[in-house]
Design a protein around this ligand. Structure first.
Ligand code: SF4
Length: 463
């Protein structure tokens, strides 16, 4: 990839403005999100106890987060007891340093990768490249993104912004060898990727993965996938390194039962995903290292409203129903986590120090569709509103809010302001001046009535 999302310039409205002018992108996004959301809705409707399942998922995650310190130590003991090695990484730099050191110690200069959001979050591929180590993505969509020197734009379908013809062009351009007469049929493209990856699977001695879940009681890691490429990475190489966010923990196998129902139905719209790989510690012929990643998660946990974002199981259901994501696309969010979950997770993990991160809590119409579909009931609108209050505001906006608070906080002042507005209603401009025009350019100012309701009530109803 050409770079990481970290430190990307711009802000959400500017990025989105570019995206909405791209009709091809809008067509691709609409087609893909509507197909997946339809599939999700039909398999969710099959389960009469979906809401109970959802409540159970929420309760398990909340309980785990409440006692995260205890469960993490339990996990560490279990992994170590099963012959694995556990490393703790406070931030991206530390995680990258640990993984780079581990790969270097094997003497290898190539690794194969299982699709992983955590490694994208820390910019691992770029960190490895700085030390002369090449990382090969093996998930088909991640491979398309990597070959296209591009950024992922969806959690589940990272190349959602590309259509078949574009993918064929990327393959012809970037793959050393492609089958003769390669067409843009999905089967032909998958076969070309299979041939391209097969040789890498057989050659690579080191693999890097993330995990969907970690079971504290046994130290077991779990990866759910559709292609089987993940399983090739997890089983063939001599060294396996897994980088996993500390919130991916579940206390017991029994809890896993709930999430193995919630995740596939919410993400791919399947009753069960085709491949579920589980492993515990080192196995014969394979060293295992687990890197537990904090990178801002402890700070999120400390926030009473925002901590619910740590329940997220990265299913992407919220992206597929979001009217803002559907039009703006994933790149506008400037983060590996796009859509509604990105709008609440990125500003919490990275802080709101940059223009881009401070703009993300506003990347929503607060319609609430994301909350309705979330399998772990994260109240995304609630967190968005809370983050908006915490986001940095300009001097003019702060002054405006103070004046509004002064007027709206007192009945007499409000009545006077309303009378003043009705008296001078003809003078109120349809377009506000200066920077305020950004508001009126995209919205109609409400008509000011000849008489306020308060005055009408005085005349008609008061004895
Ligand atoms: S916030 Fe909920 S719906 Fe969105 S990706 Fe996370 S778990 Fe899925």
């Amino acid at each position: 990839m050409s770079g990481t999302f970290l430190g990307m310039p711009g802000n959400f409205p500017k990025n989105a403005e570019k995206a909405v002018q791209d009709s091809q992108l809008r067509f691709n996004l609409r087609k893909a999100t509507h197909t997946i959301r339809g599939k999700r809705a039909s398999v969710v409707d099959e389960l009469p106890d979906w809401q109970e399942l959802r409540a159970a998922g929420k309760a398990i995650k909340d309980e785990t987060l409440r006692h995260l310190d205890r469960y993490l130590v339990q996990l560490e003991d279990a992994v170590t007891g099963a012959g694995g090695h556990v490393h703790w990484a406070r931030d991206a730099a530390e995680a990258n340093r640990i993984v780079t050191g581990l790969v270097k110690a094997t003497g290898e200069s190539e690794v194969v990768k299982v699709k992983s959001m955590a490694t994208q979050e820390i910019g691992l591929n770029e960190a490895l490249a700085e030390h002369g180590i090449t990382a090969y993505e093996t998930d088909l969509a991640e491979l398309i993104v990597q070959l296209g020197d591009d950024f992922p734009s969806h959690i589940l379908v990272p190349a959602i912004h590309r259509n078949r013809a574009e993918i064929r062009e990327i393959f012809l351009d970037k793959m050393a060898e492609t089958p003769e007469g390669l067409t843009d049929e999905p089967a032909a493209l998958a076969e070309a990727a299979r041939l391209h990856l097969r040789e890498r699977f057989l050659r690579s001695k080191v693999a890097i993965s993330g995990a969907n879940f970690m079971v504290a009681e046994t130290g077991t890691l779990v990866v759910l996938e559709s292609e089987g490429n993940g399983r090739m990475c997890l089983t063939l190489p001599e060294t396996l390194i897994s980088v996993v966010g500390i919130e991916k923990l579940l206390p017991s196998w029994r809890d896993l039962e709930v999430f193995l129902q919630l995740l596939p139905r919410s993400s791919t719209g399947e009753r069960m995903n085709p491949y579920t790989s589980m492993w515990t510690g080192a196995t014969e012929g394979q060293d295992f290292h687990l890197v537990l990643l904090d990178n801002g998660r402890t700070d999120v946990l400390a926030d009473e409203v925002g901590r619910q974002a740590l329940r997220c199981i990265r299913c992407s259901a919220c992206l597929n129903v979001c009217p803002v994501y559907e039009r703006a696309g994933g790149h506008a969010y400037g983060s590996v986590y796009p859509g509604p979950i990105g709008a609440i997770l990125t500003p919490q993990l990275r802080g709101m120090g940059s223009e881009l991160d401070a703009s993300l809590p506003y990347a929503s119409s607060l319609c609430g569709a994301c909350y309705d579909v979330c399998p772990v009931a994260i109240d995304i609108p609630e967190v968005l509103v809370d983050l908006r209050a915490k986001a940095p505001h300009g001097r003019a906006e702060r002054a405006g809010m103070r004046v509004a608070g002064w007027v709206l906080g007192n009945e007499v002042r409000l009545a006077k302001a309303q009378r003043l507005a009705t008296r001078f209603r003809k003078l109120v401009p349809r377009r506000l001046p200066g920077p305020l025009s950004a508001w009126t350019d995209t919205r109609d100012l409400p008509e000011i009535p000849e008489e306020s309701f308060r005055d009408w009530w005085e005349r008609h109803e008061r004895p």
